[in-house]
Design a protein around this ligand. Sequence first.
Ligand code: SF4
Length: 251
Amino acid sequence: ADSQPVEDELQGALAADPPLAPTEEFLAELADHSQRLETASPQEILAWAVERFAPRFSMATAFGPEGMTIIHMLSEIAPETPIFNLETGYQFKETLQLRETVKQRYGIEVEFKYPQQTVQEYEAANGGPVYKTDPNRCCFDRKLRVLKEAARGLHAWASAIRRDQSEDRAKAPIVGWDKKFQLVKISPLANWTKKEVWNLISKHEIPYNPLHDQGYPSVGCWPCTRANLLGEDERAGRWSGFQKTECGLHD
Ligand code: SF4
């Protein structure tokens, strides 16, 4: 309930610049494709997405192992696909470095998208770090708002979520309608396991965040990420201590 005013604000802003219309017919078409692509490989799903939606197809990545896997696949299928990262100003230096690594390895320039205010301006305007008092607001201001801006003009985006990551994500279709962003959301790795992702990473020596080797299975902003304890869920180290497991991008 806390996030309702910001949700309304987001929907209002989207209404001002209408993107794809989710007509019944279009949603039925997406459901058909989703069903058909259940048995397709991630590469086939991406190839379909590019054919159907490029150049209005893009991808947002936080440079997680799944995102790196998709970047690797896109480098072979459609390296011109625009890819961006929400640079909140609170990312680890190891994460920021991956932008350079991707450029060197694949010749792909991931674009940093920044919030309007720098971290210093934002904290000064709010009397200190908002992540400590209201992480939902902080994620809204420094991620969702920026993503909403980035989504303008797009028709579809790729997401790196896997169904076995959490109960919420277990329901993700391969191709679905993202109400929040008014975009088609394509999840090529929905049916993959963590093991399949890491197998591909080691097989092709795909670059990945070195923090994963230091006990961080899921890496977000540094103030809201801690290393996992043995046996914990893979996203347990995110927003630890808050009743929060998602930044609002995927729910
Ligand atoms: Fe702010 Fe934390 Fe969300 Fe990053 S993850 S935007 S620091 S609340």
